[in-house]
Design a binder for this molecule. Structure first.
Ligand code: NDP
Length: 452
C-alpha cells in the first residue's frame, strides 16, 4: 500500500469518529486508487486525497413541523455539498431514521465519483433527515417537506445544487418540496430532479436507476460471453430501484424471483408479479407481507425467521443477485451462500450494499462478475442530468429519447470502467476501473482550479 494512501486513511479514521460507513466508503475508493497514485505524483503534490475526503460545505439544520395532533415534531436536517469540481452539487435527499452525518458523508462521497462517471457535468452531494415517512399521514409528510425546504432553499439553485430523491423521497415528496421552494422564492427553477411530468420532470426518470442497472449488467455479462436471458435473479428491496430492475429484467428475458422490504422477503418461483408489486408498493404503499394474499404459491419469510447475522433474501438460490435496498445488506456470509448456491454475478442497485469483505470475496473468484454501485446504479443521476438539460432548454423529450440516452450513458460508464481496469493491469475489476476513472476526472479538475 502506498504510504500516501496509508497515511491519509489513518487520518480519515482519526478525524471522522463514529462515521464507520464513511470510513468504509473512503477505504474502498482509496485502496483501489493505489496504481494511479503510484503512477502519478501530482495527486500527492496537490494534496488531492486530503481535499477530496472533506466536504466543501455541510449544512446542518433543525426541521420542525406540527403533527396531526398539533404537537411540534423535531428532526435533524442535512445537506452535504461534497465536491463541485466538475459541476453543480447533485445528489438525493434521504428520509430515514438511520440518517446521520456519517451516512450522508458516505453517500455524498460515493456520489462525486458516480456523477463524474456519467459524463454529465455534475458534482457530488447528499442530504436528508432522520424523519421517518412510514406511518405518517399525507398532511404530516407535506408539512415536513415544507419545513425541510424552508431551510434548504437558501443553499440550492439550478447552477448551485440540485437535489433529487432517495430512500423515502419519491415524486410526492419532491412535489411538496418544490412547491415550498416556489412559494419562498417566487421562482420556477429546475432546482430539484424527479419532478412530476406535468411540471418539468423527465420521462423515464422513475425507471432510470433500475433500467440502467440492467443495461450495465448486460454489458458486463456480454463481455464475458454471457447474457441475462433465462437467468433467475434475486432482488432485495421493493422501492423505486427494485421495482424498475424487476421490470427491465422481464423485458430482457430474465426471471426475477425475490423482492424484500425491511420486514421480510417474498420468494415467487414463478416470477415476481410486477403489476401486483406496483399496486402494493406504488399505489397503496402497503407492506410486502400482503403479496402472498394475492399469490398463494409465493412464500413470505419475515426477518424474525432470518438466520443469525444473515439477510434471508440471499438464501434463495439464483444465477445473479441485485441488492437494491440499502447499505451493508450483503455480507461475507451472504455472498458465500449465494456463491455456493450457484450465483455468479452481483449488480449493485443500492449504494454500498456489499461489505468490504464481501466485495473482496467476489473479486477473488475467477468465475464471478461484480458490478459496483457507483458505476451500475448511475443511471438515475445520469437521467437527472438529462432532466436538468431539458429544463434548461425549456423542452421535454420523449420516453424513447431519454431511455436511449440512458442506455448510452450506461454503455459509456461500462466501457470507461472496463478500459480503465485494463489500463491499470487488472482487467475486469470494475471496482478499480470505476473508482480510478471517476476520481481522475474530478482530481484533475481540482488541480486545474487551484487550491480552493
Ligand atoms: P425506496 O425508498 O423507494 O425503497 C427502499 C427499499 O429498500 C424499500 O423496500 C425499503 O423497505 C428497503 N429498505 C430501506 N432501508 C432498509 C433497511 N435498513 N433494511 C431493509 N430494507 C430496507 O428507495 P430507492 O429504491 O430509491 O433506493 C434504494 C437504494 O438505491 C438506496 O441505497 C439508494 O441510495 C439507492 N439509489 C437510488 C436511486 C434512485 O434513483 N432512487 C439512485 C441510485 C441509488 P421499507 O419500505 O420496509 O423501508
Amino acid at each position: 500500500m502506498s504510504e500516501y494512501i496509508e497515511k491519509t486513511m489513518e487520518w480519515i479514521k482519526r478525524t471522522n469518529p463514529g462515521q464507520g460507513v464513511f470510513v468504509q466508503a473512503a477505504t474502498e475508493v482509496l485502496n483501489s486508487l493505489e496504481p494511479l497514485i503510484k503512477k502519478e505524483s501530482k495527486y500527492q503534490k496537490h494534496a488531492i486525497l486530503e481535499r477530496i475526503v472533506i466536504p466543501e460545505r455541510t449544512v446542518i439544520f433543525r426541521v420542525t413541523y406540527t403533527d396531526d395532533d398539533g404537537r411540534p415534531q423535531v428532526n435533524n436536517g442535512y445537506r452535504v455539498q461534497f465536491n463541485s469540481a466538475v459541476g453543480p452539487y447533485k445528489g438525493g435527499i434521504r428520509l430515514h431514521p438511520s440518517v446521520d452525518l456519517g451516512v450522508l458523508k458516505f453517500l455524498g462521497f460515493e456520489q462525486i465519483f458516480k456523477n463524474s462517471l456519467t459524463g454529465v457535468n455534475i458534482g457530488g452531494a447528499k442530504g436528508g433527515s432522520t424523519f421517518d415517512p412510514k406511518g405518517k399521514s399525507e398532511g404530516e409528510i407535506m408539512r415536513f417537506c415544507q419545513a425541510f425546504m424552508s431551510e434548504l432553499y437558501r443553499h440550492i439553485g439550478n447552477t448551485v445544487d440540485v437535489p433529487a430523491g432517495d430512500i423515502g423521497v419519491g415524486a410526492r415528496e419532491i412535489g411538496y418540496m418544490f412547491g415550498q421552494y416556489k412559494k419562498l422564492t417566487g421562482r420556477f427553477d429546475g432546482i430539484l430532479t424527479g419532478k412530476g411530468l406535468n411540471w418539468g420532470g423527465s420521462l423515464a426518470r422513475t425507471e432510470a436507476t433500475g433500467y440502467g442497472l440492467v443495461y450495465f449488467t448486460q454489458n458486463m455479462l456480454k463481455r464475458a460471453g454471457l447474457g441475462l436471458e433465462g437467468k433467475k435473479c434475486s432482488i432485495s428491496g421493493s422501492g423505486n430501484v427494485a421495482i424498475y430492475t424487476v421490470e427491465k429484467l422481464y423485458q430482457v428475458g430474465a426471471l426475477p424471483i425475490t423482492v424484500s422490504d425491511s420486514n421480510g422477503y417474498v420468494y415467487d418461483a414463478e416470477g415476481i408479479d410486477l403489476a401486483l408489486l406496483k399496486e402494493l408498493k406504488e399505489a397503496r404503499r402497503a407492506r410486502l407481507s400482503e403479496y402472498v394474499k394475492f399469490r398463494p404459491n409465493a412464500k413470505y419469510v419475515s426477518v424474525s425467521e432470518y438466520k443469525e447475522g444473515r439477510n434471508g433474501v440471499w438464501d434463495v438460490p439464483c444465477d445473479g443477485a441485485f441488492p437494491c435496498a440499502t447499505q451493508n445488506e450483503l455480507h461475507l456470509a451472504d455472498i458465500k451462500t449465494l456463491y455456493a448456491n450457484g450465483c455468479r454475478f452481483v449488480a449493485e442497485g443500492a449504494n454500498m450494499p456489499s461489505t468490504l469483505d464481501a466485495i473482496n470475496f467476489m473479486l477473488a473468484q475467477k468465475d464471478f462478475y461484480f458490478a459496483p454501485a457507483k458505476a451500475a446504479n448511475a443511471g438515475g443521476v445520469g437521467t437527472s442530468g438529462l432532466e436538468m438539460m431539458q429544463n434548461a432548454g425549456m423542452t421535454a423529450w420523449s420516453f424513447e429519447k431519454v431511455d436511449h440516452r440512458l442506455h448510452g450513458i450506461m454503455n459509456h460508464i461500462f466501457e470507461l470502467s472496463y478500459e480503465t481496469s485494463k489500463e491499470f493491469g487488472d482487467e475486469g475489476n470494475l471496482v478499480l476501473g470505476s473508482n480510478i476513472a471517476g476520481f481522475r476526472k474530478v482530481a484533475d479538475a481540482m488541480i486545474d482550479q487551484g487550491y480552493v
